[in-house]
Each structure stands twice: as structure tokens, then as C-alpha cells.
Design a protein around this ligand. Sequence first.
Ligand code: T4K
Length: 367
Amino acid sequence: MKEPIQVTRSSMPAYEEYIEEIRDLWDSHWLTNMGSKHNRLRDDLIRYLKVPNLMLFANGHLALESAISAFKLTGEVITTPFTFASTTHAIVRNGLTPVFCDIDPETYTIDADKIEALITERTSAIIPVHLYGNICEVDKIQKIAEKYKLKVIYDAAHAFGTTLNGIGVGNFGDAAMFSFHATKVFHTIEGGAITFSKEELAHKLYGLMNFGIRNQIVVNEIGSNAKMNEFQAAMGLCNLKHIEEEIQKRKRIYERYYDRLSGRKGIRLMKLTEGTKTNYGYFPVVFEEKELGYNREQVYEALARENIYARKYFYPLTSDFECYRERFDSSLTPVARYIAERVLTLPLYADLEPELVDRICSLALNP
Ligand code: T4K
């Protein structure tokens, strides 16, 4: 049996490089709670992402929950249902009501033209997702937010290192959350960050991330524990050294898929928002049965028979999750539903062999 090919595979620095990076932890015995590697990674990421402020977290989800909490939002939040569980859960776990906006049929990000109609007197924020390394229509979203005095928090879990017309994606909105999970273009095993425009937010976020502890006797925030530890930060320091090579390798795979699958009737490929420089994080393909005579499930099965595991990111829509039964109506977001029922994200990682890309494409075209 051949080794299974999964949708992604974590990139690793050389073993020796990581060992070298963690060696001094055996001298210092300082393993977590804002250690020196944590601080070094934070400063390096501020430079790499070209953002004014950044705070590291134990994972992307806790970062997003903390960002939402930091803005003291109330009532309703406009968001997308075509995303990973985390986005919607983070809103609900903050006691807020998600109001689902449909997505753009070509970029798969929130349809900015449909946001305004969903605003009520209870709306306090918009939480869009820079999905698959594509960037939302940030200017339109900002204008709406300013008109109605709403906060904008981007879920940028997929968007590490992407830019829009040369501007780092972490600069848009009031805050943005990045995931550094093992499956991401840049990872710290588990990990995440919040980037934000107003420096004052740092104090609040710090409290939320570290039990609200200000000093040994003052605890003034009902915070959580969401600190990044030194082993995570060490992995990040190593991976950051190789990030350009990682993105270039992914680009080659992405372009190979693109060459082989573009221009085919019934096969829809994601359109990047104008001005977007992506990180080649995901390769989503929408299979339209009417034109093709076969569907997404058949492609999924054909690949699985050859031990290749594409994923249905993101099906079902979060609004259709069992835990939200009877609470939302996904027929109100028909484009998101259409895409979710037909999308497959194909295997994509730095060292995926080109011959495998060719094999996957031929199965996608003839399952
Ligand atoms: N917002 C969005 C839009 C997100 O996509 C995510 C995470 C978040 C927020 C929350 O960020 P974090 O709290 O996770 O930092 C995976 C990831 O676990 C998750 O981080 C990611 N999105 C999501 C899109 O994908 P699963 O449930 O599909 O993971 P799993 O375990 O099935 O792994 C997928 C494949 O990755 C495996 O088949 C093989 C490969 N893999 C996996 C692991 C765990 C590796 O190569 N190495 C590994 O260590 O969620």
C-alpha cells in the first residue's frame, strides 16, 4: 500500500536546526509565560507581516475568541458560514449571535455588497474571513463599518504573509487573527496571533491571554490562558527562516494545478481578489455536475481509492452544523451552500511531487 497522501503535510525545519534552537531552554528552564523566544518571534513577525502591533497566542481559535472579547461586542455579528468551525464558534462562545452573509461566487470570501442589508440596530461588528489565502474586499467592508460604526475583525487564519496591493493583510480592520497551526503555511505546531491597529488594545488582550494577571497581587480581568510556549516559539523562529522558500515551493504546486485544471467547463477555480498576493495555502476546486457529468463525491472517492485524501473544506456550512440545529437557515446563503456542496481542496504542500499533482488532476478530470 502506498503512503497516504493527505490534503496537507506540515513543513518541518531540519531536525538539527530545531534542536539547536531549543538547546538553551535546558539552561534557562524558562519554558513559557512570555519567554525570550516568544518575544523574539513576536518582534520578527511584526517585521515580516509589516504590522504595527502583534500579540502571540497558544492557537488561532483562542486568539480569535480573545479579539472578539477585547472589543466588548454585543448583539449581532455579520460573518460568513463558509469557513472552519472556529470562526462561528468564537462568535457564539462570546455570547453573540452570528448573522450569516452570503459569499462571492468567484472569490469565496464574504460578499461585501450583501452586508449592508443585514445590519440592524443590534449589529456591533463584521467578522469576515480571508479564506484560502484570498483577501476580502477590505475597502468596501471598511466603508460600511465606518458608516454604521461597526468593528471589523478579520479571520486571517489562512492568510499568513499575503498582501493586498503591497499592504500586509494584518493591517486591515480593527484586528486580524492568524493561525499558526501545523497545517498552515507558517506554523508554530499550534499557535496564533492577533494583529491590531490601536496600541491600547494590547493591555486588554494581554489580560485576556494571561488570566488578567497584572502583577503578583493585581488580577483585574477574567482572562483565559492562551499563552504561546517556548517550544512553539522555537518552531516558529525556525520556520520563519524558511518561509520564502516554503511559499515558492507551494507556488510551483499551485501553478501546476492551475495549468492543468483551468479553462475546463464545469471546473471552477478560485479567483483571487484584485491586488492579492496569495501564500498558496489551499487549492480549492468546485466541481459542477451539470457540465461535467460527475460530481465532487465521485472525485473524492476516485482519489481515496488511490489513497489520496482531498478534503471538503468547508462542507457543511457552519450554519448547518449539528450543534446549531434549528438556529440558522442556510437557504439564505445560497451561493455559500452551492460552493460548499461542490468544493474539494486538493492536496497542497511544499514537497508534494509534481507527478502526484498530475495524477490528482487526471483523476479530477476523469474520476
Ligand atoms: N479560522 C479558520 C478559517 C481556520 O481554518 C482555522 C483553522 C481557525 C480559524 C482556527 O485556527 P487554529 O485554532 O486551528 O489555530 C485543520 C486544522 O487543525 C485547523 O487549524 C485548520 N483551520 C483547518 C482548516 O484544518 P482538521 O480538523 O481538518 O485537521 P486534521 O487533523 O484533519 O488535519 C488535516 C490534515 O493535515 C491531515 O490529514 C494531515 C495534515 N496534518 C495534520 C496535523 C494535525 C499534518 O501534516 N500535521 C499535523 O500535525 O483542521
